[in-house]
Design a protein around this ligand. Structure first.
Ligand code: NAD
Length: 435
C-alpha cells in the first residue's frame, strides 16, 4: 500500500486517534478540543524585489492550543509550506510542550517562498512584513516564534527588531527565541535540538531497549539533512564515538563506510553549497541514504520521508526522528513488524523548544545562563521525558495486553502521545471550559 498522498494533518489525525484509544475514558469528551487549531491566520503581502518588481507572498501562523501557556513554534520558509502542514506542525508542538512539561502551547508559522533564490535584503523584507502583518497575535505572552526549516538566528534577529519597533519602551526580547547571542539568545540554543537527540538516543541504548546496540561508540550513523539539526547532530554523535557513514542535503547524499570526515564535509558544504562531490566519498541519492546499511538512521530534513514504499527496505536498527513528521503511520506499522525501533519526534527533537523555553526565561529576567547550566538542565529534562515515555509504554503493554490497537503498533510514538494528550486533557478539565 502506498501512503505517498497522505497529508501532514491526516497523519496528525491518525496519530491522535492512536493515542485516544489508550486515554482514560473520563477525559474522552475533551479530546475534540485538541483535534482542531484554536486560531489560524493567513496573510498575503507585497514585497518589493531587488529588481524593482513587486511580488505577493503568502504566510501562515497557526496557534493550535494554549492550555499550558503562550503559543510556541518555528517559522519556516519553503516553497512547499501550506496551511495543512503548518497546522499539523502546530499540533505537534502542543504535544511536544506537554510531553516535556514546558508551559507553552503549540504554534507554527511559515511563508511560501524559495529562500535559495532570494537575496538577504528580500528575506529581511519578507520577514519584517510577515511579522508586522501578524501584529499583536505574536508577543512574549501570546505566541513566540523560533527558527525552523530555512530560517536562522538572523531571521530571528529581524523578527525581534520588527516587534521591538512596534512596541518601543518594553523589554521585548522574550517575543522570539533562537536569536543571536548578542541579542539575548541562549548559549546552547543552536545545538539544542541535536544535543537532545543524542541525549535521548543514548538513554534508550543505556536502558538496553535497542536490540543489538549496546553503545553509541562504534555505531554507524546515517543522517538525512545537513542544516542546523543534521550538521550539529553529525558532530555530536561523532564526539560520542559514532561513525558517520552517510550524510545528505537537498541536492543528494554522500557515503563512506569508514566514516566521513566532518570538518571536511562542513568546509566543502560552506564553499560549494552542497555535500555532493566531497573527496573520498561515494555519491548517493537521498533515497539511497534512507536505505543504507547502518545502526542509527536520523531523518533531519523534511516530513514524510519514510513511507509504506521504503519502510520495508530500511536497514537501520533504530530511527531517530530529528525532523518533524518524517515517518508516516503506515511506515510505523511496517517498521514495528520488522523490529526496527523508532524514537518519536515529539520526544527526540524537543531539545530545541526546551532551550527556547530557557531563552525565554533568561530574557524575562534579563539574565544569561552559563552554557553548562543550559546543557545540564536540557539533559535532565530530555532524560526525564524519555523515562516517562518508557514507563508509559511499559504500563500500556501490561495494562492492555491482548487488547492493543489491531491496526497500529503500541509503539513509543503512541506512548509519548498518550502521555502528552493525557496531561493536556487533565489540565483542560481542571481549568474548565470557558465561560
Ligand atoms: P535547516 O534549514 O537548517 O536544514 C535543513 C536541511 O535539510 C538542509 O541541509 C537541506 O539541504 C536539507 N534538505 C532540504 N530538502 C531536502 C531533501 N529533499 N532531502 C534531503 N535533505 C533536504 O533546518 P533545520 O532547522 O535543521 O530543521 C530540520 C528539521 O528538523 C525540520 O523538520 C524541522 O522542523 C526539524 N526541527 C528543527 C528544530 C530546530 O531547532 N531547528 C527543532 C525541532 C525540529
Amino acid at each position: 500500500m502506498s501512503d505517498d498522498d497522505i497529508t501532514p494533518s491526516q497523519i496528525s489525525a491518525v496519530n491522535l486517534q492512536r493515542a485516544q484509544r489508550y486515554i482514560d475514558s473520563g477525559q474522552d469528551n475533551l479530546l475534540p478540543i485538541l483535534k482542531y487549531p484554536r486560531r489560524v491566520i493567513s496573510v498575503n503581502f507585497p514585497i518589493e524585489m531587488d529588481d524593482g518588481s513587486v511580488e505577493v507572498f503568502r504566510g501562515y501562523r497557526v496557534l493550535h492550543n494554549r492550555t499550558l501557556g503562550p503559543g510556541k513554534g518555528g517559522i519556516r520558509f519553503h516553497p512547499e509550506v501550506d496551511l495543512d502542514e503548518v497546522s499539523a506542525l502546530a499540533m505537534l508542538m502542543t504535544w511536544k510542550c506537554a510531553l516535556l512539561e514546558i508551559p507553552f502551547g503549540g504554534a507554527k508559522g511559515g511563508v511560501v517562498c524559495d529562500p535559495k533564490s532570494l537575496s538577504q535584503g528580500e528575506l529581511r523584507r519578507i520577514t519584517r512584513r510577515f511579522i508586522s502583518e501578524l501584529g499583536d497575535d505574536l508577543g512574549p505572552y501570546t505566541d513566540i516564534p523560533s527558527p525552523d526549516l530555512y530560517t536562522d538566528e538572523q531571521t530571528m534577529a529581524w523578527v525581534y527588531d520588527t516587534y521591538d519597533v512596534m512596541h518601543q519602551g518594553n523589554n521585548n526580547r522574550a517575543v522570539v527565541t533562537g536569536k543571536p547571542l548578542l541579542l539575548g539568545g541562549s548559549p546552547g540554543r543552536r545545538e539544542a535540538t541535536a544535543r537532545g537527540c543524542v541525549s535521548v538516543t543514548e538513554y534508550f541504548i543505556h536502558r538496553g531497549l535497542i536490540p543489538a546496540l549496546s553503545e553509541l561508540r562504534g555505531s554507524r550513523v546515517a543522517i538525512q539533512g545537513f542544516g542546523n539539526v543534521g550538521e550539529v547532530a553529525a558532530q555530536l554523535f561523532s564526539e560520542c564515538g559514532a561513525i558517520i557513514v552517510a550524510l545528505s542535503d537537498s541536492q543528494g547524499g554522500i557515503a563512506d563506510g569508514e566514516g566521513i570526515d566532518l570538518t571536511e564535509a562542513s568546509a566543502f558544504k560552506k564553499t560549494t553549497g552542497t555535500l555532493v562531490g566531497l573527496a573520498h566519498t561515494e555519491t548517493i541519492t537521498n533515497s539511497d541514504l534512507l536505505e543504507i546499511d547502518c545502526d542509527v538512521l536520523i531523518p533531519a530534513a523534511l516530513g514524510r520521508q519514510i513511507t509504506a514504499d521504503n519502510a520495508g527496505s530500511i536497514k537501520a536498527k533504530v530511527i531517530v526522528e530529528a525532523a518533524n513528521g518524517p515517518v508516516t503511520p503506515a511506515a510505523d506499522r511496517i517498521l514495528a513488524e520488522r523490529g526496527i525501533w523508532l524514537l518519536p519526534d515529539i520526544l527526540v527533537n524537543a531539545g530545541g523548544v526546551t532551550v527556547s523555553y530557557f531563552e525565554w526565561l533568561q530574557n524575562l529576567d534579563n539574565e544569561t545562563w552559563q552554557l553548562d547550566e543550559v546543557n545540564s538542565r536540557l539533559h535532565q529534562r530530555m532524560r526525564a521525558s524519555a523515562e516517562a515515555t518508557i514507563a508509559r509504554w511499559q504500563y500500556l503493554q501490561c495494562d492492555l495486553s491482548g487488547n492493543e490497537d489491531a491496526e497500529y503498533p503500541l509503539d513509543l510514538r503512541t506512548a509519548a502521545l498518550t502521555l502528552a494528550v493525557d496531561r493536556l486533557a487533565q489540565i483542560t478539565a481542571q481549568r474548565g471550559i470557558w465561560p
